[in-house]
Design a protein around this ligand. Structure first.
Ligand code: BGC
Length: 507
């Protein structure tokens, strides 16, 4: 999922029970968690490209950008650390709050974290919608970040614990799909609100984030905590009752027993952080750092955060820029569906490698066109056919990301961590992802100003590195139950040296 996903693959034991209303409501919560995350990714780029918004909060950017005719350096017209802070503050807040959220989630339960997240989120969207100065905007974004930190920690965990084991893998990519739908909705809302006369459209865009947050908060108020969390906190009988309700049968003894055992086993691991540093977890540790880092170094969030701004830079008008963001948003959703349909057939490595190659070609082509048309001094203009071609290339790039690194950047780490390091491993994945999201968001406009079209070549170089990483270091995890992952590492030319023979049977 985007933002977490404590989703264990492979533990597909056929316990008793059916898909109940409970589980359906759980899926709806998953959807709102993903929608919130996606809405926030998509909304800021559109809003920061709206003239009224820029004029009110970032007048110097507005002036620069208004003057950015053919004589002005286009590469630098949006370069403002304050403007990027508006976008990126959310991720640094999310990163820090993930650590607090992990304690709240463990000690007070998943529900408590969802409530904290929802409340922070509601206040944040109110502050943003009502903002009269930059401080209100940024404090609002920080609160949204706290909301996302908590929600991204607790919702996926809630889901994977409530849903029947058979559904867990599907829910993982389902969360990513909801994220892309959230981005698309934000793009559509921006397109609509930009047309509102009176200059307050951006307020509606920002305040509407409260809708999915409200649904999640109300949902969390009415939903019970998960059986696993109740067991962890010593409430075995309540856990049994909830599990019976969730599975629609009284016969849940086996599943409950497995949960109790898993909880005891996890409880015995006194130092999960130290544990993950042991040599035989090196493959997992390397993946936990590199996969989320590389996912962000594809440069995807440049498009997600700044597409409308970029489209303006290459000469599209206000509306056309926002419309282009809607188009990339649609491609993002469509290609995620392709991933869902093919990931278990073609395998993870195929999608990673194909996606990498397609992103690379698109990025190089974009760099060449921008270089030829704007040159290093950033003066000049792009004719409509060329601007359209850039849009098409951005779409082929987004499609490639959305069927490879987008979903797989979350799915693959979640299917390789054995139970005793799962929580520590996932915390690393979420924080590394947010850290790189923050860095890319904060420094992109500055880097664009200095590296110009070469910035796209820099991202292309990262894509080459990450594709080589996959080719050389990631074994195929398609259809591999988690307890058999060690066999897979053991057969790998590099990782076999880290997994001792006596560790083969350990899950
Ligand atoms: C990434 C986000 C990105 C989104 C785009 C997710 O997997 O983690 O950073 O914005 O995909 O769809």
């Amino acid at each position: 999922m985007a933002g977490g996903g404590f989703v264990a693959q492979g533990e597909v034991k056929d316990y008793n029970g059916k898909v109940t209303l409970f589980v359906i409501i759980t899926c709806m919560i998953a959807a709102t968690g993903g929608l919130i995350f996606g809405y926030d990714i998509g909304v800021s780029g559109g809003v920061t490209s709206m003239n009224v918004f820029l004029e009110k909060f970032f007048p110097s950017v507005y002036e620069d950008q208004k003057n950015a005719g053919t004589s002005k350096n286009q590469w630098c017209s949006f370069d403002s650390q304050l403007l990027t802070a508006f976008t990126s503050s959310l991720y640094i807040a999310g990163l820090i709050s993930t650590f607090f959220a992990s304690t709240v989630t463990r000690v007070l339960g998943r529900k408590a974290s969802m409530l904290c997240g929802g409340a922070a989120f509601l206040i944040g969207s109110a502050l943003n919608g009502a903002a009269v100065n930059v401080a209100m905007l940024i404090i609002g974004r920080v609160l949204l970040g706290v909301g996302i930190g908590f929600a991204n920690q607790a919702v996926p965990l809630y889901l994977s614990e409530m849903a029947p084991p058979k559904l867990r893998g599907a829910l993982n990519i389902g969360f990513q799909l909801a994220t892309t739908i959230g981005i698309l909705i934000a793009n559509l809302v921006n397109y609509g609100t930009n047309k509102i006369k009176g200059g307050y459209g951006w307020r509606i865009s920002l305040a509407l984030a409260a809708v999915p947050a409200g649904i999640m908060t109300i949902g969390a108020l009415f939903l019970p905590d998960t059986p696993n969390s109740l067991i962890e906190r010593g409430k075995l009988e309540t856990a049994r009752r909830i599990l019976q309700k969730a599975r629609g049968t009284d016969d849940v003894g086996e599943e409950l027993q497995d949960m109790v055992e898993a909880s005891q086993a996890a409880g015995q691991v006194r130092h999960p952080w130290k544990n993950i540093l042991q040599k035989h977890y090196r493959p997992q540790l390397v993946m936990a750092f590199f996969i989320p880092g590389f996912q962000q170094l594809t440069g995807i969030n440049i498009i997600m955060f700044y597409a409308p701004v970029l489209f303006k830079t290459i000469g599209f008008g206000d509306n056309a820029s926002l419309m282009s963001a809607v188009i990339t948003g649609l491609v993002n959703v469509g290609a995620t569906l392709v991933s869902i349909a093919t990931v278990d057939r073609f395998g993870r490595r195929f999608l990673f490698i194909e996606g990498g190659a397609q992103m690379l070609l698109s990025q190089v082509a974009i760099a060449v066109i921008l270089g030829v048309k704007f040159g290093a001094d950033g003066t000049g203009a792009m004719s409509k056919p060329y601007a359209d071609l850039v849009l098409v290339l951005i779409c082929t790039y987004v499609a490639a990301f959305a069927w490879s690194w987008g979903p797989l950047g979350w799915l693959v780490p979640s299917e390789i961590f054995p139970l005793e390091i799962r929580s520590a491993g996932q915390s690393i994945v979420v924080s590394v992802n947010f850290l790189w999201t923050f860095l890319v968001a904060q420094f992109f406009l500055l880097a664009l100003c200095h590296l110009k079209f070469g910035l796209f070549l820099l991202f292309a170089a990262f894509v080459i590195a990450m594709t080589l990483f996959i080719v050389l270091l990631l074994p195929e995890t398609k259809n591999v139950p988690i307890e058999e992952m060690n066999v897979v590492w053991k057969k790998h030319w590099c990782w076999k040296n880290y997994v001792p023979d006596d560790h083969m049977a350990v899950a």
